[in-house]
Design a protein around this ligand. Structure first.
Ligand SMILES: [Zn+2]
Length: 157
C-alpha cells in the first residue's frame, strides 16, 4: 500500500466515526479516481430504518451514474470494513476496480460475537466469492484495531 493510500483509509475511518456519532453503524468508504482524486465518499446511514444504506452501495450507484465504464474500472474504493455480499455485488455490477479494506468481514464477525451482538441475517462471504476477478487488498494490520475500537464503542454496554 502506498503512503497516499493511508490518507484515503484515514478519511474512511473519519467517516466511520462520524456515522457512529450519528447513531449509525461505524462504516465509511471513499471512491478514488485513477488520478488519486476523491470523487465521492459516504458513511453508513442505517439508523434511517433502511438497512441497505451502506456506503459501499451508495458509492457503486454514484459511480454508475457519474463515471464512464473505463473510469470506474480504474477507480479504487477504500473502506473501513470489507464489503458485505450486497455491496460487493453492487461494486461488481458497477464495474468498479480495486477495493482496499481495513478490516475483514471475518474479523467483524468475530468482534461482534465477542461483544454479544446477534449475528447478521446475511451470510458474510469474502468479496472474492462474490466478484472473483476483482483485485482486493486487506485487512490492513496496522489499522484494523482502530475499526475494532469503533465497533466496541458502538456496542458498549
Ligand atoms: Zn454492505
Amino acid at each position: 500500500m502506498k503512503a497516499q493510500e493511508q490518507i484515503y483509509l484515514n478519511r474512511a475511518l473519519a467517516l466511520a466515526e462520524e456515522a457512529l456519532e450519528a447513531g449509525d453503524e461505524p462504516f465509511g468508504s471513499v471512491l478514488v479516481s485513477a488520478e488519486g482524486e476523491i470523487l465521492a465518499e459516504d458513511r453508513n446511514r442505517i439508523a434511517s430504518g433502511d438497512a441497505t444504506q451502506h456506503p459501499e452501495f451508495t458509492l457503486a450507484r454514484w459511480a454508475a451514474q457519474h463515471m464512464t465504464p473505463e473510469a470506474r474500472a480504474n477507480a479504487t474504493v477504500y473502506t473501513t470494513g470489507e464489503h458485505c455480499p450486497m455491496c460487493a455485488a453492487a461494486h461488481g455490477w458497477a464495474g468498479l476496480g480495486r477495493i482496499v479494506y481495513i478490516s475483514s468481514s471475518e474479523q467483524l464477525g468475530r468482534w461482534l460475537e465477542d461483544l454479544g451482538v446477534a449475528p447478521s441475517p446475511i451470510k458474510a462471504l469474502p468479496i472474492g466469492q462474490i466478484v472473483p476477478a476483482l483485485e482486493v487488498e486487506g485487512p490492513i494490520a496496522s489499522m484494523d484495531e482502530k475499526v475494532h475500537a469503533l465497533h466496541q464503542r458502538r456496542h458498549a454496554v
